[in-house]
Design a protein around this ligand. Structure first.
Ligand SMILES: *Cc1c(COP(=O)(O)O)cnc(C)c1O
Length: 360
């Protein structure tokens, strides 16, 4: 059976060795040494100034919203994982959906200004499939209208934009370190903050809002435990080979499918000046019926790709109805192909063949 992804595990011996120190110290959580050293390594690896590692990518978004004082209406994308929208609603904000570009599946900056009202306080965009959103246009609009910018960068680990980490754009960027992500800590996430004063608020909010006996803010439990941090160290040791393995698989899909009639490959449309982390290989078919035929054909061969992202978030039953025709159309037709290091060349060739055979 081949699933859309396979969590990366270091060798058992390696993890075992790493967690021995936890037994020696008998210190399991609360800003422990595994966590603090992981934060230092990530800061260096990612090329960012202020990072807080937390217990998942959704709480990272929630803390970002709180720390920036975001309220009222937030302009966001309908083409993402449901956590993007849910975090806004959970923080009592109203998501206002703005449609996406066809070519990169990110929010279309040309449509943002028309959606701004006196209640708008922020833009929450997503670097979909690791392709940077149009950060320059978004930041320009945000400055003009005095809006905060949060990037859900759950897909964008290690992505560069014009020579710097894409995580350095906006007021805050968040990462997810969930087991299925390119870099993971089993469950986990991170908050990357531009302004040191906001960073101080973020750290307090993520640790119950107090430092020792001084109580500052109504914070929450965003802490990562030492076992997850230890996994992060082990995966980070091997992240370059993970990236290389993904790149190889990605390029095989790309060369096998790029000239095929009736498929579009949005992750191959890199914006100018940006790099790709090869985290996903989305394939957009001509219509939903074709997509369903491809899925069923792949399933009979033991291959389980995923409809990611589906449905378009503006159609969720608990949001105000709005129309985002591009997002609704693409989400009904897009499939993420299995992609992980260790997926065999012959297996990928088989998947490509099955897709091609279904299309003729
Ligand atoms: C994975 C993901 C999240 C959620 O992260 P968790 O760590 O699972 O909470 C949020 N947004 C996007 C785009 C994601 O892919």
């Amino acid at each position: 059976m081949i699933n859309v992804t396979k969590p990366y595990l270091p060798s058992f011996e390696k993890y075992n060795e790493r967690i021995q120190g936890i037994w020696e110290r008998n210190y399991l959580t609360n800003q422990g040494p595994e966590l603090l050293s992981l934060e230092d390594r990530l800061k260096e690896y990612l090329g960012v100034n202020h990072i807080m590692v937390v217990n998942n990518g959704t709480i990272a978004l929630q803390i970002a919203i709180k720390a920036l004082g975001i309220t009222g209406e937030v302009i966001t994308t309908p083409f993402s994982y449901v956590a993007t929208t849910n975090s806004l609603i959970w923080e009592n904000c109203k998501p206002v959906f703005v449609d996406i570009n066809e070519h990169d599946c990110s929010i279309n900056p040309e449509l943002i200004e028309a959606a701004i009202t006196p209640k708008t306080t922020a833009i929450m965009a997503v670097h979909v499939y690791g392709t940077p959103a149009d950060v320059e246009a978004i930041d320009r609009i945000a400055k003009k209208h005095n809006l905060k910018v949060v990037y859900d960068a759950a897909h964008a680990f290690g992505v560069q934009y014009r020579g710097t980490s894409v995580l350095n754009f906006g007021d805050i960027s968040t990462l997810s370190f969930h087991a299925t992500k390119l870099f993971h800590t089993i469950e986990g996430g991170a908050i990357i903050v531009k302004d040191p004063e906001v960073y101080d608020i973020v750290r307090k909010l993520g640790t119950f809002g107090h430092v020792g006996d001084d109580y500052y803010l109504p914070g929450i439990n965003g802490k990562m435990n030492e076992f997850c941090a230890a996994m992060g160290h082990c995966v980070l040791d091997e992240v370059d080979s993970i990236l290389t393995g993904r790149k190889r698989a990605f390029e095989q899909y790309e060369s096998g499918l790029k000239d095929v009639q009736g498929v579009a490959l949005p992750a191959c449309n890199l914006s100018e000046g940006s790099t790709n982390n090869h985290a996903y290989f989305p394939i957009v078919f001509q219509d939903e019926l074709t997509l369903l035929r491809v899925i069923s054909r792949l399933n009979t061969r033991g291959v389980y790709p995923r409809r990611y992202f589906f449905p378009s978030l503006n159609t969720l039953p608990y949001v105000n109805p709005s129309s985002c025709p591009v997002s609704e159309s693409i989400s009904s037709r897009v499939l993420c192909a299995p992609l992980y290091p260790g997926l065999g060349e012959d297996q990928i060739a088989g998947i490509i063949d099955t897709i091609k055979q279904t299309l003729v």
